[in-house]
Structures are given as structure tokens and as C-alpha cells.
Design a protein around this ligand. Structure first.
Ligand SMILES: Cc1cc2nc3c(=O)[nH]c(=O)nc-3n(C[C@H](O)[C@H](O)[C@H](O)COP(=O)(O)O)c2cc1C
Length: 383
């Protein structure tokens, strides 16, 4: 065997699983390296994706790869930060259509993450200056973003009435229809990171005494109502759900996360969704100084046996730990968040073992092309 061939096997062989094909619901993937949803706060004030978004996503698209677009509000009420995109007006649908075309032009699969932030919003972002909404009138600790990038303590949210909850479910359905109009390949329901659906799931933020509060089944009701509404639009094999069990992002906590997420994940498994997208608590390392000591080392390891469909893991992975997780059967695909921000050609770099660019913390949120579309490719180009 020629030496050069042996060297090739040696350098790429250890990441063979990461670079192998996978069937994710209806989508045929060419590799297991996923770009997870990443909020960048560069949309117009009207929630239309930035004119640079098409180039940014297309740079990160690979033939047969999977990109999950940044969290996108289903309604103005669902917005929690300035300059995040929406999917509820014709202009927003048109803006996303251009981004989808660019990503699909590179042969990648593109899924939209549907978002309602609940109590994480601020009245300056709400129609008529209304209060943010939540399962119960409990303000999370910490600061909200105002519409002008200010930081102020969170307000006490308005506890949703049942007819208002119905309106939110209807808004998810319309957003799902709009995502289809824009040409996406599927949608992901964001039930993680302390936003509305997780606020209903966990009992530090949900003190309701009606059918949406109390028992685990009741607290999970809204998530499954939203899933049912979205499933009237999309086939289940094009719907994913993202969860962050044991995460304290957004001041979340639950008295029995093991029981709660066992129920939710088992039920999601029975429904046959395209995939479950789990965020490892270790993702906090680097995202926050605090560490949730009650969290298990790996929620993917803990909950994998309860979900028979495909599982995407995110949170602090390197190429090596991702490959190990795939080989151990803990996950089927791995999301690389911060590394995808700084490395447009991340799959190529991970598979070849090339050096990685570091993200610039100053340009993560807000701004224009700088720190967005100008990270260098391996060949020194930016496109
Ligand atoms: C700048 C930034 C923005 C993010 N935006 C979102 C988002 O819109 N939706 C979401 O579900 N997760 C979001 N996340 C979490 C990432 O998808 C990912 O799970 C997390 O960064 C852990 O992966 P990593 O350690 O590879 O960065 C964000 C993370 C970062 C750093």
C-alpha cells in the first residue's frame, strides 16, 4: 500500500463517523456536523433577515449538510431581543425565501427554529408596550434586552389566560405555514433555553392551577399542543424539538427534571418526530460563569434510551468528543455552535483536523458584516 494512502487513512480515519451519512427523518444527510441555531441579532427592526444573512448561511452550507436557522419569532409577542428575525409578516417570509434559496443553492438542508420567548421579552419590544407573557406572573432573575440594546431588569410578566394560549398555538401554526412558504425543509420547535415552552414545562416558572399547570402532563400540554398544530402543516418527519433539560439559562429550574424530561422525551419518541435536539448542560461552560451542579454530566447519555429516533447533541463538543459520542451511540449528530460562527468551512476543518478560527466576542450580537460574513476560510478567502 502506498505510504500516501496510509497517511490519508490516519488523518481522516478517526473522524469517520462524523463524516458519514445519516437519514434524519425525511432528510438525507451527507455528514453529522450540524450548524445549530445561533441568534446573531442582525435583522432589520421589522424582523426581516439581514441582507447579509443569505451570504452568512450559504458560506456555512455544505452539500447534504444540515443548518438549523437562528431562533425566529412566531409573532411580535414572541420577540425577546432587538433585531431578531420573525416569520409572521410577508416581508419576513420574502426575506427568508432569499436566504433559503442561497442555502439550498449549496445543496444543504435548512430547518427553521420557531421561537416564542415568553417572559424573556421586554415591554419595549411588545405591541403597544404590553408586558411580556408567561405561564405565571414571575419575573426571571437577570436583565432583559430593550428594543435599543439596553439592559434592564426583567419585568413581571402577564400570566396568560387560556384564550391567549390558544392564540399562541395558532401563531405557531401560522409560522409553520410561513416557514413552508419560504421554502424551508422543516421546522424545529424551540422548547429550550428558558423560553416560553420551557417556562410552561418547569415548575419554578409555572405555578398555574389550570390544565396547563400542576402535574407534569399538564405542564407539558402546551408543548404537545404546539407540536400537534405544527404537525397539521408539516409531516412529523420534518419536525424537530429542542430541549435543554437541567439548564438554568433564563433562571429555569424544576423540582424533578428527571421525571419531567422522562415524560416529555418518551412522549416525543412515541409521536415519531424527525429528531430530538438536546443541549448538554456543559454548554454553560463558556456561556456563563455559573455551573448547575445538580445537572448530570451528559443529558444525552441520560435520555438517549428514552428516545428511539435521531438525536442531535450540542454543547461544548470538539471533533474528538463528538466522534466519541457518535461511536458510543449517545447521539446521531452533533451541533457545533460557537465554532460555526467563526469557521464558515467548519465541516472541512473538523474532518481534516485543520486549525480553527476563534469567534470574536465583540461581534457575536448585532452589527453588520464584520464578525458575520468575514471569517476566513481555510484557503484565506471569505467567500
Ligand atoms: C451566540 C449564540 C447564539 C445562540 N442562539 C441560539 C438560538 O437562537 N437558539 C437555540 O436553540 N440555541 C442557541 N444557542 C445555543 C447553540 O445552538 C448551542 O447549543 C450552544 O452554543 C452550545 O454549543 P457550542 O458549545 O458548540 O457553542 C446560541 C448560542 C450562542 C453562542
Amino acid at each position: 500500500m502506498p505510504l500516501v494512502f496510509l497517511i490519508k487513512i490516519k488523518t481522516t480515519g478517526h473522524l469517520m463517523k462524523l463524516n458519514s451519512t445519516f437519514k434524519l427523518g425525511a432528510l438525507a444527510l451527507s455528514h453529522r456536523i450540524v450548524m445549530p441555531p445561533l441568534t446573531r441579532m442582525r435583522a432589520g427592526a421589522d424582523g426581516v433577515p439581514s441582507p447579509f444573512a443569505a451570504a452568512y448561511y450559504a458560506q456555512r452550507a455544505t452539500p447534504g449538510g444540515l443548518i438549523i436557522a437562528e431562533a425566529t419569532q412566531i409573532s411580535q409577542q414572541g420577540q425577546g431581543y432587538p433585531q431578531t428575525p420573525g416569520i409572521y409578516t410577508d416581508q419576513q417570509i420574502e426575506g427568508w425565501t432569499q436566504v433559503v434559496k442561497a442555502v439550498k443553492g449549496k445543496g444543504a438542508h435548512f430547518v427553521l427554529q420557531l421561537w416564542h420567548v415568553g417572559r424573556i421579552s421586554h415591554s419595549s419590544l411588545q405591541e403597544g408596550g404590553a408586558l411580556p407573557v408567561a405561564p405565571s406572573a414571575i419575573a426571571p432573575k437577570g436583565n432583559a434586552f430593550t428594543s435599543t440594546f439596553g439592559r434592564v431588569p426583567h419585568e413581571v410578566p402577564h400570566a396568560l389566560e387560556q384564550d391567549e394560549i390558544k392564540d399562541i398555538v395558532a401563531a405557531y401554526k401560522r409560522a409553520a405555514e410561513n416557514a413552508m412558504k419560504a421554502g424551508f425543509d422543516g421546522v424545529e420547535i424551540h422548547a429550550a433555553n428558558g423560553y416560553l415552552l420551557q417556562q410552561f414545562l418547569e415548575d419554578n416558572s409555572n405555578l398555574r392551577q389550570d390544565i396547563y399547570g400542576g402535574s407534569i402532563e399538564n405542564r407539558a400540554r402546551l408543548l404537545f399542543e404546539v407540536l400537534a398544530a405544527v404537525a397539521q402543516v408539516w409531516p412529523l418527519d420534518r419536525i424537530g424539538v429542542r430541549l435543554s433539560p437541567y439548564s438554568d439559562v433564563g433562571d429555569m429550574a424544576d423540582s424533578d427534571p428527571a421525571a419531567l424530561y422522562t415524560y416529555v422525551i418518551t412522549k416525543l419518541s412515541q409521536q415519531g418526530i424527525a429528531y430530538l435536539d438536546l443541549i448538554e448542560p456543559q454548554a454553560r461552560a463558556g456561556l456563563s460563569a455559573e455551573k448547575n451542579l445538580a445537572a448530570p454530566e451528559s443529558v444525552c447519555t441520560l435520555f438517549r434510551p428514552m428516545f428511539t429516533g435521531p438525536l442531535i447533541a450540542s454543547g461544548g463538543f470538539t471533533a474528538q468528543t463528538a466522534e466519541a459520542a457518535l461511536n458510543a451511540g449517545i447521539a446521531d449528530l452533533v451541533g457545533f455552535g460557537r465554532m460555526f460562527i467563526a469557521n464558515p468551512d467548519l465541516p472541512k476543518r473538523l474532518v481534516s483536523g485543520a486549525a480553527l478560527n476563534e469567534p470574536n466576542p465583540k461581534t457575536i450580537y448585532g452589527g453588520g458584516e464584520a464578525g458575520y460574513t468575514d471569517y476566513e476560510f481555510l484557503d484565506g478567502q471569505t467567500a
